[in-house]
Design a binder for this molecule. Structure first.
Ligand SMILES: NC(=O)c1ccc[n+]([C@@H]2O[C@H](COP(=O)([O-])OP(=O)(O)OC[C@H]3O[C@@H](n4cnc5c(N)ncnc54)[C@H](OP(=O)(O)O)[C@@H]3O)[C@@H](O)[C@H]2O)c1
Length: 256
């Protein structure tokens, strides 16, 4: 069983993550979002896009595996804990092992952004996996609870929207191209940042299914960071393309 000191540490880490999300969307606005189309071309210490994405997201996969391998991971004998951890790992297997190699003409990632993302993935990988493997206690029938079922479906739908939308963005470029076009099709008909919308839905689903401060904190953090960047993208498209569809919202279809 876990020591009370570690239980309070996992709670403190979750609250800190919420604070970092708000802080990130205010103070770190520049640093957190200065990659891709906003990276200054001459910037020193750019990490090639593929290497950057693979390396910076890998801790969200490696840290949980390390956490579970080196301890008894008592709670992983229970189905809810195992499914929730698998949801987290599946996303990051996609993000760090597949997504980087599909990128077309990605701009080098500023080293600073890459280090921030890496640090976040260590932090969050530890928080989610340690919580689920050592601490979280669910009733035996949690997997049939409406919160789990709805959360799981949102997670799955969100992930599919995210992957599909990133696929649409990628295919705007022919091999070798690096420019930007107006995205068409899928949820891009409704929002500028369809890929971010998917990612937010995905982690909100995970937060709901895990019914924990730790899961909720990650969803909130994601929302704060991606909302900021979605607003930036939206302004950028409106400036760059005169014929940008006026009907499109920023990140949430029909709403915002
Ligand atoms: N959980 C989190 O907190 C978090 C934080 C950040 C990102 N993410 C996820 O990571 C993934 C990538 O994020 P991102 O910020 O790099 O997304 P992004 O800015 O939308 O760019 C995604 C990719 O598509 C290209 N692209 C975007 N718009 C384009 C256009 N109009 N025409 C042609 N190509 C275009 C980009 O090229 P360029 O690189 O050349 O611009 C980039 O390779 C997303 O799935 C996002 O949800 C998650």
């Amino acid at each position: 069983a876990m020591e009370p000191a570690e239980v309070s540490r996992l709670h403190a880490l979750a609250y800190l993550q919420c604070a970092l999300g708000f802080l990130g969307s205010l103070l770190l606005r520049q640093a957190a979002s200065s990659y891709g189309r906003y990276a200054s071309p001459g910037a020193a210490f750019g990490v090639p896009a593929r290497a950057a994405w693979a390396l910076q997201e890998l801790p969200s996969l490696a840290v949980p595996l390390w956490v579970c391998a080196r301890t008894a991971a008592e709670r992983l004998r229970r189905a809810p804990n195992r499914i929730l951890l698998a949801m987290f790992l599946l996303h990051y297997a996609q993000r760090s092992l597949i997504f980087p190699f599909l990128i077309r003409g990605g701009k080098p990632m500023p080293l600073y952004t890459c280090v921030l993302a890496f640090t976040f993935c260590v932090y969050n990988g530890y928080l989610q996996s340690r919580y689920l493997s050592q601490y979280a206690v669910y009733a035996d029938d949690w997997v049939t609870d409406p919160r789990f079922l709805v959360g799981f479906c949102l997670w799955l739908i969100g992930m599919l929207i995210n992957i599909h939308s990133d696929h649409i963005l990628r295919n705007l470029r022919k091999p070798g191209e690096t420019g930007y076009k107006i995205p068409r099709g899928g949820l891009f008909e409704y929002v500028t940042a369809a890929n971010y919308f998917g990612e937010v839905v995905e982690w909100c689903g995970y937060g709901l299914a895990s019914w924990s401060i730790q899961g909720g904190a990650f969803a909130l953090f994601t929302f704060c960071i991606l909302l900021t960047r979605a607003q930036q993208h939206h302004r950028w498209y409106l400036e760059k393309f005169e014929d940008y569809p006026k009907f499109r919202k920023i990140i949430i279809p029909f709403l915002f």
